[in-house]
Design a binder for this molecule. Structure first.
Ligand SMILES: *Cc1c(COP(=O)(O)O)cnc(C)c1O
Length: 225
């Protein structure tokens, strides 16, 4: 199947998952993860109506951004501190804020460009294998500290469930992150607004939607292996 057909099918599945859980499909943003494909595939997806794209490497994000500067680019992969400068001003949202030193560097880079830096706090949930992200017990301290910064903004939470063939295995992780999101949405911290909940990939995006995701990050189901 071609990219346009894949997009149609995924949008249909998004709508169905939304309806199953009494949600409005327009509240869910599909981020096309283009990390394994080239400019041509991005162009096809653009022509088919997508405008949010995700990359996990700064070089690739810079390269594709230079060709398609009007697209909403999302940085979704681990960000090295010395590469932070490459995405500030280019990525509309950095999903992978996973440590305080990165927050400080992104803030510094935002100051240099006089531009707010929108991020999601990546959360590492108990029982996760890949351990990237802030532990649930450290979230509150992190959100409080963000008030000391000027340009860094937190706009929600992101997580990656452990990889599994069985999408139901992701459900408890997504449920837990949604609970955390709801809890912090009710509180007030400077420079923090809980708008986005980024969770769900090709394997488990329907489960993520049922559990409240507002952004899903889909690569292989759109572009192929
Ligand atoms: C690659 C990647 C995705 C997309 O994964 P697929 O299984 O190809 O849909 C989503 N999120 C992150 C952080 C990724 O690195």
């Amino acid at each position: 199947m071609g990219i346009a057909e894949n997009i149609n099918q995924i949008q249909h599945r998004i709508a169905q998952a939304a309806h199953r859980s009494g949600r409005d499909p327009s509240a869910i943003t599909l981020i096309a993860v283009s990390k394994t494909v080239g400019l041509e595939a991005v162009e096809k997806a653009l022509a088919a109506g997508l405008n949010h794209f995700g990359e996990n490497r700064t070089q690739e994000l810079k390269y594709k951004h230079s060709h398609f500067p009007a697209v909403y680019w999302h940085m979704i992969g681990r960000l090295q501190t010395n590469k932070a400068k490459d995405v500030v001003g280019k990525a509309v949202l950095i999903h992978s804020l996973d440590r305080w030193s990165l927050a400080e560097e992104l803030d510094r880079r935002g100051a240099l460009l006089q531009t707010p830096v929108h991020t999601l706090l990546q959360v590492s949930l108990a029982g996760e294998e890949q351990k990237a992200g802030v532990l649930t017990t450290d979230i509150e301290q992190f959100l409080q500290s963000v008030g000391q910064l000027k340009w860094l903004q937190i706009r929600g939470l992101m997580t990656m469930a452990p990889l599994s063939e069985d999408s139901e295995k992701s459900r408890p992780f997504f449920k837990e992150l949604h609970e955390i999101y709801r809890c912090y949405k009710r509180r007030t911290y400077q420079n923090v607004e809980m708008h986005h909940l980024s969770m769900g990939m090709s394997q488990d995006f329907e489960v993520a939607i049922e559990e409240g995701a507002t952004m899903i990050r889909v690569g292989t189901a759109l572009f192929g292996e």
